[in-house]
Design a protein around this ligand. Sequence first.
Ligand code: ZN
Length: 372
Amino acid sequence: MDKKKITNMEVKKKNRNDVFRYLCKNGMVSNPDISYALKLSLPTTTQITKELIEKGLVEEKGELQSTGGRRAKALAVSDDTGKAVGLDITKNHISLVLTGLTGRILKYDRIFLPYAAEERYYQEVSQKLESFLHESGWEEKEVLGIGISFPGIIDLDREEVADSHILGVSALPFSMVSRFFACPCHFLNDANAGAYAEGIQSESRESFFYLSLSNTVGGAVYNNGRLVQGKNFRCGEVGHMTIVPDGEPCYCGKYGCLDAYCSAKCLSEGKLEDFFERLEKGEQEAVGLWDQYTSYLAIAVNNIHMVLDCDIVLGGYVGSCMGEHIRDVRDKVSERNTFEESSSFVRVCRHKMGAAALGASLKIIELFMEQV
Ligand SMILES: [Zn+2]
């Protein structure tokens, strides 16, 4: 095949891809709308939507209201196109999310299910997923895929969960997990999944650092639409950067890691919402804990910002719950910052609870989109 032919095919694929993405994003639209928005000729647009209709991905849904002239056919993504599942595995819970191709959340559930590195556990997860889908009127085999978020190092070359201290797992092959599910599985690290949810749906192609503050602390570098993985798939693992030399013990076996000072457990062993309620009321103990927590957090945020010079998104349970209290973090970050700049580069995440499950499911949708 000569070079020009490949290029033409690539252009055709890109156009088809752009049209399908536009339809997913904008709901009911007409061929002239698409043609105008994507700067494609009307015959090219019409040909592409015809192909998408033949593939069963797009449907004609009557006519659009018109201010004059001939009414245009209304096109929309077919209701029967695939759905994607996101599964977030944590030490004590699983979260499940079902999304459509538009990325809209159709169903979300969080279930108490302590992790066990045993067949029985995965069988139970699989059953929970089946009933979760059944309640939505879907079957597992109709689903495009399952994005599985793990709190650990995901080695995409070796296709294994290389390490998860918190779950007590190492060198767990993806195949040992995926065999319990009827549809294709894709694995992601939990902070990467959270960052993906934050970044992929944004209008602008942003770059940011996602600091995941849940019962463990992790992070991810999101750069211009992509996750930066690092040489050993450990990029952004800031939970284990030393914040206090020889400080508090960390679950990883070292001392003074950020995780020992900024995990959600440092604020509350119970419901984090209750902690923030106590903080609102000005309860002394909560105020003291928050002051200590934000002091360490500000060190971490300032250090990360010095290395990467980009926005920093506070995610995970703490980022989801802190709301207006982010001003305390910003004040302390400002105090540490060598350069005179506003600390508005620190912000809380857009997606609150379930961000990792959502990100894992959006990854499945993106993989599908790429091959339309
Ligand atoms: Zn550690």
